[in-house]
Design a protein around this ligand. Sequence first.
Ligand code: ATP
Length: 298
Amino acid sequence: MSETAEVLAVEEAETSAQDEASAENTADASVPEASSAENTANETLGAIAIRGVGKSFRSGKKKAEFRALDGIDLEIGANEFVTILGPSGCGKSTLLRIVAGLEEADEGEVAVDGDEVVGPGADRGMVFQGYTLFPWLTVRQNIEYGPKLNGASILGRRAISNRYLRITRLEAFANHYPKQLSGGMKQRVAIARALANGPKVLLMDEPFGALDAQTKLEMQETLLDVWEKEKTTVLFITHDIDEAIFLSQRIVVMGAGPGRILREFPVTLPAERTAEVREHPEFLKLRRELAGLLKHKE
Ligand SMILES: Nc1ncnc2c1ncn2[C@@H]1O[C@H](COP(=O)(O)OP(=O)(O)OP(=O)(O)O)[C@@H](O)[C@H]1O
């Protein structure tokens, strides 16, 4: 899908640049924020069921078959924050892309709240490592882009962007263009843009992988704040053990050859994840266990 959708997105953005400019000028900046109930997932929504998912790729001159995923079973509850951790090439991104509907499984099925995933949908928002913002749109216009495509009125869009600019602490940058932003800020916009469509599920593929250490920590705290406010289910991919422990309620470790689930770890740290949590005995114990498991898999 993504190519077609991207082309459509580009065309739409280009033809509507003038609309956007007039919206920018005419909309009242004091428009109230959209309420959480209007624009975000319901607290009881966003359960993901992954059952018996398998995927093979054929590549090279001989079109040799490569088994990327095998027998993946994973149930994720509504509002749960689950992280997938695993060595490079174990199929994490492939699994996420299948949940997103960007890739088709060869076997098995994925459902969100009982509805089988057959392609991309507004119920699932995605944030990738690479910055995927429209460079010709301002921060506010990037955030309002999805709601605009979905027919939201100027005032409705403005209410949505106000809410997500505030939640992601970008209010002062509403009229900036992506090239004027740091990497962390760009990822804030990407998160705000994904949330503006009111997804039940946020799918995040190493979103902070390219950020410096300090910005990464700040973004982790922002994400937990957003998750707390929005009550979306989050399925997050990372290579970073500390990031996985800090963010998650549950960590799923995958192994390669073929890609499969090795073990799951509940994270029983306090719900409020402050910086001190990183020194908690449970955090250190889990880090040792995960490092030990992954050491033999890298
Ligand atoms: N379209 C494709 N065609 C052929 N092989 C592919 C394709 N997509 C993924 N693969 C292979 O499937 C395996 C899993 O890839 P995937 O990107 O899902 O792994 P990953 O765990 O996300 O890795 P990383 O952590 O390095 O991003 C890899 O060996 C990759 O080369």
